[in-house]
Design a binder for this molecule. Structure first.
Ligand code: SAH
Length: 212
C-alpha cells in the first residue's frame, strides 16, 4: 500500500489534475505521507484525499498541498516561509524541502508535538515550530517571503499581509466554515496588495485560542 508504485500513481493523478511544477511533484513523490497518519489510516496515505488526524482536523489532500506549494513558489525561490496550521506536519515537510526556512505555527499542542517527531524522523532541520495562534502570524520571525495558511478565516487576516516582505505572497483559503470557500493569493507589490481568486476549496476553519 505504501509501495513506490502506489506513490507514482498519486503523482500521475496530480499531473492529470493540472499540477505542472516538476520540482513540487518530485518532492511529493519522495516524501512518505503514511508516517503523518495513525497506523489504522496509513494504507490510505497515497489516495488523493484529505484524512483525519484527530482533534477534528485533517491532513490536507495531496492535490491541495501540491497546488498551494506550486502557487507559493510560482514567482521564484522563497527563503523565509511562514505556515499557519502545522497539523500533521506533512505540508511543512514538503515546504522544508523547497524553501530556505519554514516557520510553522499550530494552536493544538498534541498535533504540534507529533509533527515535531515526524519532521525530526525525516531529518528536516530547517523548520521552527511554535504553539500559538497563527492568525497573528509570527512577527519576531518576519517579514516572510511567503505565507501559507492551511486553515480558513472568514476574511484575510491583516496581520498576515503586514508580515509579508515586499514581493511576498500569501496563499490562503478564505470563506465561511464548510461552504463557499475559495483559495486566494495575495501579492505585496510596490503598488499595494494584489488579490487573485484561484479555485473553490474546503478547509477546516482558522480558530482563535490555544489547546494544550
Ligand atoms: N497542512 C496540515 C493541515 C492541517 S488542518 C496537514 O496537512 O496536516 C489545519 C490546521 O490548522 C489544524 O491543525 C488546526 O489546528 C490549525 N489551526 C487552525 N486555526 C489555527 C490558528 N489560529 N493558529 C494556528 N493553527 C491553527
Amino acid at each position: 500500500m505504501t509501495s513506490q508504485r502506489t506513490r507514482d500513481r498519486l503523482i500521475e493523478r496530480l499531473s492529470e489534475r493540472g499540477i505542472t511544477d516538476n520540482t513540487v511533484l518530485n518532492v511529493i513523490r519522495g516524501t512518505p505521507r503514511h508516517i503523518f497518519l495513525d497506523e489504522a489510516l496509513s494504507h490510505r496515505a497515497y489516495e488523493d484525499s484529505s484524512l483525519p488526524i484527530g482533534f477534528q482536523q485533517t491532513l490536507s489532500q495531496p492535490y491541495i498541498v501540491a497546488r498551494m506549494t506550486e502557487l507559493l513558489l510560482a514567482n521564484g525561490p522563497r527563503e523565509r516561509v511562514l505556515e499557519v496550521g502545522t497539523g500533521s506536519g506533512y505540508q511543512t515537510a514538503i515546504l522544508a524541502q523547497l524553501v530556505g526556512r519554514v516557520f510553522s505555527v499550530e494552536r493544538i499542542r498534541p498535533l504540534q508535538e507529533k509533527a515535531r517527531q515526524r519532521l525530526r524522523q525525516l531529518g528536516l532541520t530547517n523548520v521552527q515550530l511554535r504553539h500559538a495562534d497563527g492568525g497573528m502570524g509570527w512577527k519576531d520571525r518576519g517579514p516572510f517571503d511567503a505565507i501559507l495558511s492551511a486553515a480558513a478565516p472568514a476574511e484575510v487576516p491583516q496581520e498576515l499581509l503586514a508580515q509579508l516582505a515586499m514581493g511576498g505572497r500569501l496563499v490562503i483559503p478564505i470563506g465561511p466554515q464548510g461552504k463557499q470557500q475559495a483559495l486566494y493569493v495575495y501579492d505585496k507589490t510596490e503598488e499595494g496588495i494584489q488579490e487573485q481568486i484561484i479555485e473553490p476549496v474546503l478547509f477546516v476553519p482558522l480558530l482563535a485560542g490555544l489547546l494544550s
